[in-house]
Design a protein around this ligand. Structure first.
Ligand code: SF4
Ligand code: MG
Length: 325
């Protein structure tokens, strides 16, 4: 069976202005990325802010068109004509439930909106579906007539989950779904997402800057750096024996006393590079403790490893030995 959702050789380039008087320059947010989501899995997509993970999410949701490359659903290339069908089967949950819920609409209106957009059922059946969904996400039926401002952050994210699931999607794309929440509420939402996945047989793409959050849910992890997936493998191998120096640095940062605060510069040495002007060769080389002259000159290619791949000269058998360590 083909993967539920797949992207092949996707590149996305934006034209951005640097400063007020600046000239427009191309910014490649996603660079020739291939990724597949298999039925029932939770693929964690991890990387620092600006690595291209949200752009990838928007492309998978059909909200942005790739500059080149393909999006495939059940092995079929996605064209404009089945956007609506795609929107039914693939639903998003975004980071910030404060901005993604319309403050002027009641919770019942917010959750039932996808049904109304797609013309599914009459008003009475839509109301029943809302009540059922509130129960599924652990909210009392009386919040139907409340407004987002009357709810806590965790409750709002439950509303966003209910809105996503009311369409009975197969795939849910969660973009930093707990990053705006208090730590105590984060684990409740993660547990809920895990339960819902088992109950409804959902497939997740779970995007986070925080490896510790991903470890909780993901069955497979892809690590992104400056628009490339530099390492991808099953969650166990990634946490026990990561191969890429960037993944190793991220893992170290997870073990610092302040998890959840992103990647402290003390671990990675220097700030994230500007994607408008990426470093030569391996884009990670300015921050990599293992970098050699070769790394500055030549970009590594993806090398198959375990059930995924790694993109680093250290693991490429064709890289000359004397250059490798
Ligand atoms: Fe580091 Fe070189 Fe590997 Fe890039 S290719 S991650 S710079 S060792
Ligand atoms: Mg983002």
């Amino acid at each position: 069976t083909p993967p539920t959702l797949e992207i092949r050789n996707v590149t996305k380039t934006y034209s951005v202005k640097q400063g007020l008087m600046g000239k427009r320059k191309p910014l490649t947010a996603v660079r020739d990325v291939s990724l597949s989501l298999r039925k029932g899995e939770v693929l964690g997509l991890v990387g620092e802010s600006g690595c291209g993970k949200s752009t990838l999410a928007k492309i998978l949701l059909g909200l942005e068109a790739p500059t080149s490359g393909q999006v495939l659903v059940d092995g079929q290339a996605l064209g404009g004509q089945n956007r609506l069908e795609l929107a039914r089967r693939i639903q998003p949950i975004f980071q910030d439930p404060y901005s993604s819920l319309n403050p002027r609409k009641s919770i019942a209106d917010i959750i039932s909106l996808p049904l109304r957009i797609h013309g599914i059922g009459d008003a009475a059946s839509q109301q029943k579906a809302v009540r059922d969904m509130l129960d599924v996400v652990g909210l009392p039926a009386r919040v139907m007539n409340s407004y987002p401002s009357q709810m806590s952050g965790g409750q709002r994210q439950r509303v966003a989950i209910a809105r996503a699931l009311i369409m009975k999607p197969e795939v849910v794309i969660c973009d930093e779904p707990t990053s705006a929440l208090d730590v105590s509420v984060q684990s409740q939402i993660l547990n809920l997402l895990g339960e819902l996945r088992r109950e409804f047989g959902l497939t997740y793409l779970f995007i986070s800057h925080n490896l510790a959050v991903v470890e909780h849910l993901a069955t497979r992890v892809a690590v992104m750096y400056l628009g490339r997936i530099v390492e991808e493998t099953n969650t166990g191998d990634l946490f026990d024996a990561s191969a890429h120096p960037y993944t190793q640095a991220l893992l170290k940062s997870v073990l610092t006393p302040e998890p959840g605060l992103g990647v402290p510069d003390t671990q990675l040495g220097m700030a994230y590079p500007n994607p408008i002007d990426p470093p030569s060769g391996c884009a990670f080389h300015p921050r990599c403790p293992r970098a050699t002259d070769l790394c500055k000159q030549r970009a590594p290619r993806p090398v198959p490893m375990r059930d995924g791949h790694v993109e680093c000269h250290l693991h490429d058998p064709e890289t000359p030995m004397f250059e490798r360590s």
